[in-house]
Design a protein around this ligand. Structure first.
Ligand code: NAG
Ligand code: NAG
Length: 338
């Protein structure tokens, strides 16, 4: 009973009703990016991690605490793709691979979004998430990240000029002493640092290929040529032959659905490697496999997320500038330390 009263008390302290507090993906809601900085992959479904629970099917794709701070946000939702989209992302280094993997994720105030998502993970864990084996030779070259993705829906906030701020948040801001950095950080913990401006959900399957330099350069010029001519991928297989490769990663799926990963391992075998091994390129050459995969790619992962600093909360220019300044400074510090 006491705990219950305490819970009610806390909720009343921060929000008018518990309806304003959520743990799923709510457009326009605010989150505190520092609450799980370095480990956002744990509270969002963006990579295939090995959880204790092998099943891990149907995990919520967003599980971070968020709070409604705006009174009257509206948004537009549009449907995603009908088919699978194939992307080959060239990466000069392992850090570049992480950057490219998170290229559709933006957090205002940081250039290195991947650090917010994976910065606290140990190297070994990160490698496994990307289906790679730890390799102790110097990391001087280079990776291709192959992604087959399918967007299910995309949601974008309408412009929020003159947005109305929730009354209890407005009251807090009125009483906020913007010269007191401790007070500002306390406010950030309660009401957040960023709001969700847009997101795309769907799913994608991915595989990392580690290249030797000559093979990487060949693939790079082939892709460049293809982009110039706006032509389709032709003989991709050649560029991914074992001769050019150091390592072929395991196939992974962003939603973490082990059933689909297993399907890929069993069905996408490519015999061009010394041992026949799974390769996502198989989907590119087989309409039947592409069709099957298209059926399986559900709405279990986050494909894109755009978080913006909570500027619109503040009508007062001095308070707004102080708030933004502290967030941007803190993000730089966290980025260096992650
Ligand atoms: C929210 O309400 C304010 C004031 O009532 C109005 O000016 C603004 O246009 C509204 N915003 C949206 C997105 O509806
Ligand atoms: C605001 O905070 C500053 C710095 O901590 C302090 O010097 C000042 O007295 C505070 N102002 C009010 C009105 O509390």
């Amino acid at each position: 009973m006491f705990l219950f009263l305490l819970a009610v008390f806390f909720c009343c302290g921060f929000c008018d009703s518990e309806e304003d507090l959520g743990y799923s993906l709510n457009i326009g809601n605010a989150i505190d990016v520092f609450a799980n900085y370095g480990d956002l992959s744990q509270v969002t479904q963006v990579v295939s991690a090995d959880y204790e629970d092998e099943e891990n099917v149907g995990a919520e794709l967003f599980r971070e605490k968020n709070i409604r701070v705006f009174e009257n946000v509206t948004s537009k939702q549009s449907p995603g793709d009908t088919g699978i989209d194939m992307n080959i992302l060239l990466c000069e280094s392992f850090e570049d691979l992480l950057t490219k993997y998170f290229q559709n994720f933006k957090i205002e105030g940081t250039e290195k979004t991947w650090k917010a998502f994976l910065g606290d993970w140990i190297n070994d864990e990160i490698m496994r998430t990307f289906g790679m084996e730890l390799d102790f030779t110097p990391d001087n070259c280079c990776y291709a990240l192959v992604k087959l993705s399918k967007a299910q829906k995309s949601v974008k906030l309408d412009p929020i000029n003159n947005i109305r701020v929730k009354k209890y948040v407005e009251r807090e801001i009125e009483n906020l002493n913007a010269s007191d950095t401790t007070a500002i950080r306390r406010f950030m913990k309660s009401y957040g640092t960023h709001y969700i401006d847009s997101f795309v959900t769907g799913n994608f399957i991915y595989q990392v290929f580690k290249f030797k330099r000559p093979g990487y350069n060949l693939l790079k010029s082939y892709i460049k040529l293809r982009e110039q001519r706006k032509s389709d991928f032709g003989d991709l297989r050649f560029y991914f032959s074992s001769y050019f490769l150091k390592q072929v990663g395991d196939i992974r799926i962003a939603s973490g659905n082990k059933r689909i990963e297993q399907w890929a391992r069993n069905n996408l075998l490519d015999s061009q490697y010394l041992y026949s091994r799974p390769s996502l390129l198989r989907v590119h050459y087989s309409p039947i496999l592409a069709y099957k995969l298209n059926e399986m790619l559900d709405d279990g992962a986050l494909l894109s997320l755009n978080l913006k600093i909570l500027r619109p909360l503040f009508k007062d220019r001095y308070k707004r500038e102080k708030y933004v300044e502290i967030i941007e400074n803190d993000m730089k510090l966290w980025e260096i330390n992650a």
